[in-house]
Design a protein around this ligand. Structure first.
Ligand code: XMP
Length: 509
């Protein structure tokens, strides 16, 4: 078991970022909510207490006894975490009189304690709190301050416990990475040996042991997560992994054939299932986005179930679930409000009565890509833009028909190929075309046309949670617009979506 850092989550919006920064140091860490902590953590090297939107002064504020950690392993409290340490030990936390939000500069740094080594006076730190530490408890030593925040950082005397009131995990803190490295590497003594290669090696060994000679079924989607999950399990159990790739009729142009071919090249035991008509039938007459999602999800489960039952004695269902989904489902606040029902195959394990194996459920998306790279999965699968489970079904506004799918596939193909040809594909996070339920008047030669309008959308993003529209070059957009209108006769007008997320979302439905 790799060395690990435990991150105790008190509900801060930045908790996932702390985990990402620790992982970037090649150190394994896990986030657990303060109200559901594991009884014991193997190979625990240190603990980080996250921030929180709450105030330690509230009677029902999140609180935990830290005796199990303090004095045994190093502890770092960030923001609320630091204030909690102070509050629990007789110091004082009071509402800030000035706004302690945003940029501040460190004026005093005591470089004696390892935590602040190599941090520079005058460098920027990011503050975000409504409370502030006014009095430190006995044995707490002030080690840094800014103009407005006297107790910006402290250390507990003769103990490897620290608190900081700024956020080292956000990029606005200049030396944030230095501080986290000091804590994780120098204070906790982590060896920084958690690399994609090690992950593959240990996961494959674990999978071998857990699965043994059982058979496993997995639904491939053409996307990164299911492909990487498949390759890992394939390395562990070879032909006992049965993959199913369903053509739901809502994939991109030629995608089914091309991706199926790649999978076979990768040595996977994969069966392609053409279920286009079943999906079109299930979608008939539906135009509400959530109803379409549900119909697509339900049809997928039905088809997958039939196919899986043809595999004799299958015992396991493998899924490409990744860490953000896991964190989300156990978060302090509970699963966040469903804006769109993204987990469209959520009901699969219950329905199938199989044991579930999820080899990627501790990884972030970028880590999944790195593991995929180690597994030598082809770049055209690893680097492809995210594509929603319901596919083009939620990019055709209103009801879905085979003919509309064909039109949108043709448009999408020209757009995506254009991005690739111009070297722009990897610069945008996701690009898509939406078929609108609007006809507009046009003129072609001497003839009046009355045809469909298509919206193009390209966004930059890190994780899809927020996004900005891509500033694609005008002449590129003009060229693509011409190409689409000249080649797809059912379309006579193209618009480009210039809204960011929030308040818009990436998909239109
Ligand atoms: P939104 O539209 O919410 O999308 O900004 C964020 C990301 O999620 C994808 N998305 C989906 N993925 N099933 C999925 O598997 C869905 O129903 C779904 N809806 C949106 C979207 O493509 C983007 O990457």
């Amino acid at each position: 078991m790799s060395e690990q850092i435990l991150i105790i989550d008190f509900g801060s919006q930045y908790t996932q970022l702390i985990a990402r920064r620790v992982r970037e140091l090649n150190v394994y860490c896990e986030i657990h909510p303060y109200n559901n902590l594991p009884h014991s953590v193997e190979n625990l090297k240190g603990v980080i207490l996250s921030g929180s939107p709450c105030s330690v002064r509230e009677s029902d504020a999140p609180n935990i006894a830290l005796d199990a950690y303090r004095g045994h392993v190093p502890v770092l409290g960030i923001c609320y975490g630091a204030q909690l340490l102070v509050h629990q030990n007789g110091g004082e936390v009071v509402p800030s009189t000035i706004r302690e939000y945003g940029r501040a500069r460190l004026q005093k740094i005591d470089q004696h304690p390892e935590l602040l080594k190599e941090m520079t006076i005058g460098n920027q730190v990011w503050m975000s709190h409504g409370d502030t530490i006014s009095t430190l408890p006995e044995h707490f030593i002030n080690i840094a301050s800014t103009e407005d925040v006297a107790n910006a950082a402290f250390k507990i005397d003769e103990e490897d416990t620290y608190g900081i009131q700024f956020h080292p995990e956000v990029t606005h803190t200049d030396d944030g990475k230095v501080l986290l490295r000091n804590f994780v590497v120098h204070i906790c003594g982590c060896a920084q040996d958690w690399t994609p290669d090690i992950f593959v090696e240990s996961t494959v060994a674990n999978l071998k042991e857990t699965i043994g000679n059982d058979k496993v079924v997995l639904g491939l989607s053409g996307g990164v997560d299911s492909s990487v999950a498949a390759m890992l399990i394939h390395q562990a159990i070879g032909k006992n992994l049965y993959c199913i790739f369903v053509d739901n009729g809502l994939l991109r142009k030629n995608e089914f054939e091309e991706v199926l071919h790649s999978y076979k090249d990768m040595g996977l035991n994969v069966k392609g299932v053409d279920a286009k008509n079943e999906f079109y039938k299930a979608l008939e007459g539906l135009s509400d986005p959530e109803e379409k999602r549900k119909a697509i999800g339900k049809t997928f489960i039905e088809i997958f179930d039939i196919e899986a039952h043809q595999i004799k004695d299958v015992k396991w269902l493998a899924q490409g679930t990744i860490y953000p989904d896991v964190i989300e489902s156990v978060s302090v606040k509970g699963p966040s409000a469903t804006i769109k029902s993204h987990h469209n195959v959520g009901g699969l394990p219950e329905k199938m009565n199989l044991k579930v194996v999820e080899p990627l459920n501790t990884l972030f998306k970028d880590e999944v890509r790195k593991v995929g790279h180690t597994l030598e999965i082809p770049g055209d699968i690893l680097n492809r833009h995210p594509f929603p489970g319901p596919g083009l079904g939620i990019r055709i506004i209103g009801d879905v028909t085979a003919q509309k799918v064909r039109i949108l596939q043709d448009v999408d193909h020209i757009f995506i190929k254009g991005l690739k040809d111009r070297g722009l594909y990897d610069e945008v996070w996701q690009a898509l075309a939406v078929l609108l339920p609007i006809q507009s008047v046009g003129v072609m030669g001497d003839e009046r046309t009355y045809e469909n309008v298509v919206a193009l959308r390209a966004v930059t993003s890190v994780d899809g949670m927020t996004a900005d529209w891509s500033k694609l070059p005008y002449e590129f957009l003009a060229d693509i617009s011409n190409k689409i209108i000249n080649n797809v006769k059912e379309v006579n007008r193209i618009v480009y979506d210039i809204s960011s997320k929030p308040p818009a979302t990436i998909e239109w439905e």
